[in-house]
Design a protein around this ligand. Structure first.
Ligand code: MN
Length: 336
């Protein structure tokens, strides 16, 4: 694990303080931490009187329904309207340039690029890198940035930070949930944000068609207790056609793996999701702590965290799965 030095914090705070215009980006297919970290920083910088835009490099550009409640979504612009050569370009929760999609070229066209992230697989591609692989969420780093900038926590800043914290810790269930995570959550709640409504919007609200699709995905799931060196694998496939006929997108089916991974016979859970746009597969993996799926997915061209990671692949689902099973079988078992 590595955390930023005081010199790194000071350099980033200095760059943010002196900038008049700041362009923020997060990874394509943004999750709660990517979007929440970016919008919280955007709201804080706006309160300092800076011109702020925020985006991600994926088309079609639409805020995922579950996160449309976030304040500061008015900072978002489609990637086509994103400045071509911003003076200051800051990325959030994005471990490698390819995850920036069409905005990846800003790393070189910007005068300065700052990377704010907590991915173990971070390639530290910025001129300045604020990477803490031990942080439970990128939102934890942004909260510290807000403090170091001397900006008071408002609900507009706290709601997106809480969103990042609650999503990346699995509602404070994952092992990265430290006492300081709860202390930060307490500070955020003290601003008066409605955490009950935030959690309902993220976790407990979905179209009926999603409930049906989830049922189909679970009914089609398969279990192989002998896979992953005898630790067990459970997997399912969500076809692009199934999403399309239900009017759902990739962001809408993120939660399938959270149900699948409850199967106690399997250390690793895998969901292959058909990408309606490029015809390929987005592969999500989760482990319970005995296998580093982050390393496995990085080896397959993706990335992520030790126990939650993913990669993109083309070809028949059986081929994608066979390749993944081979890598999982070879993965060392971690002490638990
Ligand atoms: Mn994150």
């Amino acid at each position: 694990m590595s955390s930023p030095s005081d010199a790194e914090w000071d350099a980033v705070v200095g760059a943010l303080r002196t900038a008049d215009r700041v362009a923020l980006a997060c990874h394509v297919g943004p999750d709660g931490d990517a979007l929440g970290s970016m919008l919280a920083m955007g709201a804080a910088l706006r309160s300092l009187g800076k011109q702020v835009v925020a985006s991600w490099g994926g088309e079609p550009f639409a805020v995922p329904e579950s996160y449309s409640f976030l304040p500061a979504v008015d900072l978002l612009v489609p990637p086509g309207d994103f400045p071509a050569s911003p003076p200051l370009f800051v990325t959030f929760d994005t471990g490698s340039p390819d995850r920036l999609g069409t905005l990846a070229d800003r790393i070189s066209t910007a005068e300065c690029c700052i990377v704010v992230d907590h991915h173990a697989s971070s390639t530290r591609y910025g001129g300045l890198n604020l990477v803490d692989t031990g942080a439970a969420a990128t939102a934890v780093l942004v909260a510290e940035l807000v403090d170091r900038l001397g900006v008071a926590l408002t609900q507009e800043i706290a709601a997106p930070l809480y969103t990042g914290l609650v999503t990346d810790t699995g509602s404070f269930k994952y092992s990265a949930t430290t006492p300081s995570v709860h202390e930060l959550a307490a500070r955020l709640l003290a601003t008066g944000i409605r955490h009950d409504l935030i959690s309902r919007a993220i976790y407990d609200t979905a179209p009926f068609d999603y409930v049906r699709l989830l049922g189909d995905a679970c009914a089609a799931a398969e279990l192989d207790p002998a896979a992953v060196g005898g630790l067990g694998l459970v997997w399912t496939v969500v076809e692009a056609s199934a999403m399309r006929s239900s009017g759902l997108g990739l962001a809408d089916v993120e939660g399938v793996i959270d149900v699948l991974r409850t199967a106690q016979e399997a250390e690793v859970a895998v969901v292959l999701k058909g990408d309606p746009l490029d015809g390929g597969w987005k592969v999500s993996t989760r482990s319970k702590g005995a296998v580093d799926v982050g390393a496995v997915c990085t080896g397959l061209g993706g990335g992520g965290h030790r126990f939650a990671a993913g990669f993109s692949a083309d070809g028949a689902p059986e081929q994608v799965l066979a390749q993944l099973r081979e890598a999982l079988a070879a993965a060392p078992h971690l002490p638990t």
